[in-house]
Design a protein around this ligand. Structure first.
Ligand SMILES: C[S@@+](CC[C@H](N)C(=O)[O-])C[C@H]1O[C@@H](n2cnc3c(N)ncnc32)[C@H](O)[C@@H]1O
Length: 392
């Protein structure tokens, strides 16, 4: 049974979290020469053969992208994007009362952070649990000047076979992997397989689209969310429908003691409650910082939009986000679960048609005139012009 948090009165105490410093992050300087080659570990490959090619980053529209499994992930791995990730990390800490996760952990020994990003969560967990081995994996190397000795970062694709044995980890953490995974049930089944009996898992995912109680007609933000969802679906790694289906996938994999929390996250400083205002403030900063990176590759490579058009839309979205009369928010799902002590095999995964489109609220569905199957950028352009008139 899911709890809904985040109403004006429903938040937990954020006082200690609010006073916590923002994690400084661990990406340091983004330049390739700043990466210590000894820190690069490559699951299943020799360091010599791959390290240099991994650091031959790819550049497009002024942003830097990963080169291992090039094109597999849509967002840049440069300093601007990592700054956004660190701001969102702070939002999660505020929401979770200062904690790094919602799972109660006693003496964890083997922790995995999937899609570790800047590595900030893994580093802070390694500090918190010095007896634990914390592994962060990502398609991009973690560019850190400092990390505790019990923390390692590895370059790997989580959708490939895992190098460590089955039943290995006692805590597996997966946060904001929407748009990164092509087959969620298979992903969660694999997490189940590599979690030890009695071990714990935690998933955090965002519900798309953002909403506003007083959303303006022809909203740029609504248009941005809609096209982002369409592009991610066409890309094969959807944004939408992930959070809403997590509980089902986690139960189907065989996890027990499944708990779901839905938290309303304000985007902007509009809430009256000071704690929510603070969350909204950092969420807004992260959104400004991350928005271009979340948009460029999908809208240009997948939808075929010209960069000028994309930048125009981003400016319009920013204007709406800055308008204090519009109260933007979205739902974050936090799902925690345990692998039973007595193990049974995960159910064989039956590939399904994606259900994300049907899961949208009715108004959102009605607003859309575009077939999600289309790759016709002219059609999308026409739809844009009809549904959203730019204002200065
Ligand atoms: C939105 S970021 C989330 C970062 C981090 N989990 C957090 O919440 O702060 C998604 C991360 O997943 C990584 N990623 C995407 N696809 C991946 C894959 N197939 N295997 C491993 N990492 C992946 C990206 O490189 C990126 O760092």
């Amino acid at each position: 049974m899911a709890d809904l948090e985040g109403s004006e009165s429903g938040y937990e105490s954020f006082i200690e979290a609010a006073s916590a410093p923002i994690s400084s992050g661990c990406h340091g300087k983004a330049a390739m020469e700043d990466i210590n080659m000894d820190d690069i570990s490559m699951s299943g490959f020799s360091k010599e053969s791959v390290a240099q090619s991994i650091l031959d980053y790819e550049y497009e529209n002024g942003r830097r992208y990963h080169s291992y499994r090039s094109g597999a992930y849509f967002a840049p791995n440069d300093e601007k994007q990592y700054h956004a990730i660190d701001l969102f990390h702070h939002v999660h800490r505020l929401v979770n009362g200062g904690e790094l996760c919602r799972t109660r952990l006693e003496n964890p020994r083997k922790i995995l952070d999937i899609g570790t990003g800047t590595g900030v969560w893994a580093i802070e967990m390694a500090d918190l649990f010095p007896e634990a081995e914390v592994v962060g994996i990502d398609l991009s190397p973690v560019n850190t000047d400092w990390k505790p000795s019990n923390c390692t970062f590895e370059i790997d694709d989580v959708e490939s076979e895992w190098v460590r044995p089955e039943n290995y980890y006692d805590f597996i953490y997966s946060r904001c992997m929407f748009g990164c995974i092509s087959d969620w049930p298979a992903y969660i089944n694999r997490i189940y397989t590599h979690c030890e009996p009695g071990g714990k898992v935690e998933f955090t995912e965002v519900v798309m689209p953002y909403r506003a109680d007083n959303q303006p007609p022809n909203s740029a933000m609504a248009y941005w969310c809609k096209n982002g969802s369409i592009a991610s679906e066409m890309f094969g790694k959807p944004f939408s429908g992930v959070a809403e289906n997590l509980e089902m996938w986690v139960r189907n994999a065989g996890f027990v003691n499944v708990k779901v929390r839905k938290v309303k996250i304000p985007v902007g400083t509009w809430p009256k409650d000071p704690k929510q205002k603070l969350i909204g403030h950092f969420q807004l900063l992260g959104t400004f910082e991350g928005m271009e990176g979340f948009t460029l590759a999908l809208w240009s490579r997948v939808l075929g939009y010209p960069i000028e058009h994309i930048q125009e839309v981003l400016k319009a979205v920013e204007r709406e986000l800055k308008d204090p009369s519009i109260h933007w928010w979205y739902l974050m799902y936090y799902v925690t679960a345990e692998k039973p002590k007595v193990v049974r095999s995960p159910r064989p995964h039956q590939p399904e048609e994606p259900q994300w489109w049907n899961s949208h609220p009715k108004g959102y569905q009605d607003a859309d005139a575009v077939s999600m199957k289309t790759t016709d950028s002219e059609l999308l352009q026409r739809q844009f012009e009809q549904s959203f008139r730019m204002t200065d």
